[in-house]
Design a protein around this ligand. Sequence first.
Ligand SMILES: Cc1cc2nc3c(=O)[nH]c(=O)nc-3n(C[C@H](O)[C@H](O)[C@H](O)COP(=O)(O)OP(=O)(O)OC[C@H]3O[C@@H](n4cnc5c(N)ncnc54)[C@H](O)[C@@H]3O)c2cc1C
Length: 309
Amino acid sequence: MNRLLRRLLLWCARNDWMREHLPNLPFMKRAVHRFMPGDTIDDALGAAVTLQVLDIATIYTKLGEALTELPQAQEVADHYLELLSRIKSSEIDGEISVKPTQLGLDLDEDACFAHLRTLAAAAEAQGSYLWIDMEDSAYVDRTLDLFQRLRATHPRTGVCLQAYLRRTAKDVERLLPINPAIRLVKGAYDEPKAIAFQDRGEVDANYLGIAVTLLRESRTRPLRIGLGTHDVELVQQIATHAGAAGIPKEAFEVQMLYGIRAKEQRALVRAGFRVQVLIAYGPAWYRWYMRRLAERPANVLFALRQLLP
Ligand SMILES: Cc1cc2nc3c(=O)[nH]c(=O)nc-3n(C[C@H](O)[C@H](O)[C@H](O)COP(=O)(O)OP(=O)(O)OC[C@H]3O[C@@H](n4cnc5c(N)ncnc54)[C@H](O)[C@@H]3O)c2cc1C
């Protein structure tokens, strides 16, 4: 049942008619605020203040993907440049995370790369960091190529890999020689059986295996490892493996989304883990929000409750 609902919600995420109409419904607007502090840079940075006091660093992403015209990519890049300078002037321990299609990957790959280079250079100059999100499977090869090219000149850059994809262990092997920064997530899109594990247990096992490989490798090479998951039990299992191999908790970060498992985020900090929270913001939240609903269909009930006065 959950799997069916997940597929239905991911179908809704891709549906253009719904994307145009559903975000205008007041109950949807109320519901999404559980996962994002608002539409503007001020809203996003405002949310960091409470987190920073708790020793939780932040990552920012402006929502929006799959642009239709190249000048929109320039606007997105300019927005992130402003964001980076606001992070610096607000003395926030913050990084940024971008989607290649938001920077024009579908329209002009060279232009997309140029934007990534500009953002990586600005992030570096301001002591920040640039993460590249991973979108659906049609983009994996191009995203990894962009990352490898970028990383050759800009070391303060990282990429997201998805444990539900059967190929990911091989992608890790391919990336290891460049000592990458990797954010490992389970994966948020609707992918076919031929290329992606469908069973939750298989995804978790693959996640654990890849995370342990990365940690083992981190003993001999300078890797940055982000565990992008709210699965605290899985994080504990990984930490136990690491501990048994003499690898400290400082060897990785736990990265979670704003508004999800906030109590656990704090408990992890108290237990000595390094925690980062990704804050998404902006008016183009529809697709992203539908993916959050798909991850936990119980969230649909929360959204529907916003219909009540
Ligand atoms: C920092 C970060 C960056 C990400 N970047 C990408 C990316 O670039 N590409 C990509 O494909 N995916 C990305 N994701 C999403 C990821 O792929 C998963 O879809 C998402 O994290 C849910 O899986 P989980 O690992 O939390 O584990 P799950 O097994 O799904 O969840 C574990 C527990 O966490 C809680 N939980 C999980 N999701 C939710 C939710 N939406 N609402 C409420 N509770 C929830 C529940 O208690 C659940 O039992 C990112 C996730 C994070 C945290």
